[in-house]
Design a protein around this ligand. Structure first.
Ligand SMILES: [Zn+2]
Length: 329
């Protein structure tokens, strides 16, 4: 039978006459669930096992100031085109746990237990989801940080302010470390968000970690198979990674873009969290053109879970093709 527009509307008319769904829902025998299964997703890159462990998400009212070089109405149109609400903006968070060469490595840590309290549990879920995935924070050998924003570093601390990964070496980009730990930079920081970021980083790295970190350089392996790559702009020392093993390879982008809708589709739009927006855009285009040209798989911290995708050039922006869920590892 050929399904036509006429059939669809005829069907709709029938539904109107004889409602398919009764106005009062039937009582089901089993209670209705009110939450998803714990969100973690595993895949292999050569011999390396990657577990994407969700930290949840936060949804905010869409503010005029979120994107600095486009009108809010235009942003709303782009969100609607992606079948998203016009008046809110959602940020997803996906730290990684990789098992590589005998080391258990965490890449970025999410919003932490304080973020969980503040968001009423919509974010700050990393430790809970790690536990559900059978991953013990005490067994983590290394924590690699991409940049010093709260959604990446706050999870370094447990609820009581002590290190959440007590046996791990904490590795930080050398350039990022130098910027945020520089007292001169801190004294010159504009009031508001930037001062808040300095204060938060001092809280995390001074008070709790007592500056026990290992700065790392770009162009070198931070952990076995994990190459650090300079992708500055979002922050002065913002870092991405190429994870490779055998013929397997994935580009771990960190915050080269935030949510792909609208930032992959509109790479020229400037997110207010990008510290140097022009440089962030230049980096974004360079990285995405490279990912497209090399047909690299992309793992993205702020993409909808699990954030694994390929990219294609599409007009002036990029089209994201999410990886199909694979029930096998
Ligand atoms: Zn981020």
């Amino acid at each position: 039978m050929e399904l036509t527009r006429r059939h669809v509307f005829a069907g709709a008319a029938m539904v109107a006459a004889v409602p398919l769904f009764p106005s009062k829902p039937a009582e089901a025998a089993a209670p209705a669930a009110d939450k998803q299964a714990p969100s973690f997703y595993r895949y292999k890159v050569g011999d390396i096992l990657v577990t994407v462990v969700s930290d949840g998400r936060n949804t905010y009212p869409l503010e005029e100031s979120l994107i600095t070089n486009v009108k809010k109405a235009e942003v709303s149109d782009a969100l609607a085109k992606a079948f998203l609400p016009r008046d809110t903006f959602t940020v997803h968070y996906a730290p990684l746990v990789i098992n590589t060469g005998g080391k258990l490595v965490v890449i970025d840590t999410g919003n932490g237990p304080a973020g969980k309290v503040n968001s009423k549990g919509t974010s700050g879920q990393f430790l809970d989801n790690m536990a559900a995935a059978g991953l013990d924070p005490k067994a983590v050998d290394m924590v690699v940080i991409s940049h010093f924003h709260g959604d990446h570093v706050n999870g370094l601390l447990a609820a009581d302010g002590t290190p959440a990964f007590p046996n791990a070496e904490v590795l930080v980009p050398a350039v990022e470390w130098k910027f945020w730990m520089d007292d001169g930079e801190m004294s010159r920081a504009p009031a508001g968000r930037m001062q808040g970021l300095f204060k938060n980083n001092r809280r995390v790295f001074d008070e709790s970690l007592k500056r026990k970190v290992t700065p790392y350089e770009w162009g070198k392996e931070v952990a076995p198979g994990l190459l650090a790559v300079d992708t500055i702009g979002h922050t002065p020392g913002h870092t991405s990674y190429v994870l490779s093993s055998g013929s397997g390879k994935v580009f771990i982008q960190s915050d080269v873009t935030n949510n792909p809708n609208p930032f992959a589709t509109h790479p020229g739009w400037h997110l207010s969290f990008d510290q140097d927006a022009d440089l962030a855009e230049k980096t974004r285009r360079k990285v995405y053109d490279m990912v497209v040209a090399e047909k690299l798989q992309l793992q993205a911290f702020h993409y909808p879970f699990p954030g694994l995708a390929h990219l294609e050039k599409d007009g002036r922006g990029y089209r994201v093709i999410p990886a199909a869920w694979n029930p096998a590892i």
